[in-house]
Design a binder for this molecule. Sequence first.
Ligand code: B4P
Length: 192
Amino acid sequence: MLNLVLFGPPGAGKGTQSEKLIDKYKLVHLSTGDLLRSEIKAGTELGLRAKALMDQGLLVPDEVVIGMIDNKLKENKQAAGFIFDGFPRTVNQAEALDTLLEENGTAISAMVALEVEAEELTRRLLERGKTSGRPDDQNEELIRKRVQEYNEKTLPVANYYQGQGKFTSVYGIGAIEEIFEKICTAIEKSAV
Ligand code: B4P
């Protein structure tokens, strides 16, 4: 089973590269950002709570996203593997994911971190904000807040996987196809 964590700051290209990776490796895509946005669209209570935090550039509580991932793992017991996109975002989430996978007799195969400089992240997200309708892409101050959350709460997750010998990093600026090739090489070296 191939279980990948695609890691990186907001706007690093996680969603973009996940689309290509699920096609190539036939994995089930689990994006906590997408799952939260569908809860918001459906107007659920969870969605309303999440929206209030996401619109401020803040992370949603761990138990909410861990619960969503737990449900999705249970719904996809026959999957050939998973790509975790935007999850885990805290060390607590990473530990919970290890426990959930262990209960299913599997584990994370590799973590690929996309490295992109802050100015490029801002440029990409503001550009996407022109058409995405995502409130969190609309202004520079909010994007700065998301990057700050990432630096404070999410970056330690890289050390967590480094400690397990599962961390690889790929430079995320350049043509989408070239970055994809580099990610595939990193995966095949470390996980397959
Ligand atoms: P996400 O949906 O995960 O959003 P994101 O970090 O902005 O990444 P995304 O995948 O969408 O963007 P990508 O880099 O592909 O999270 C949104 C919010 O949800 C969080 O702020 C948080 O509040 C909440 N949340 C989600 N998961 C959570 C968790 N686990 N715990 C707590 N809270 C959670 O792409 C960005 C843009 O760059 C795109 O327009 C793309 O076209 C462009 N791009 C990509 N690659 C490029 C390249 N090589 N060159 C030029 N442009 C490129």
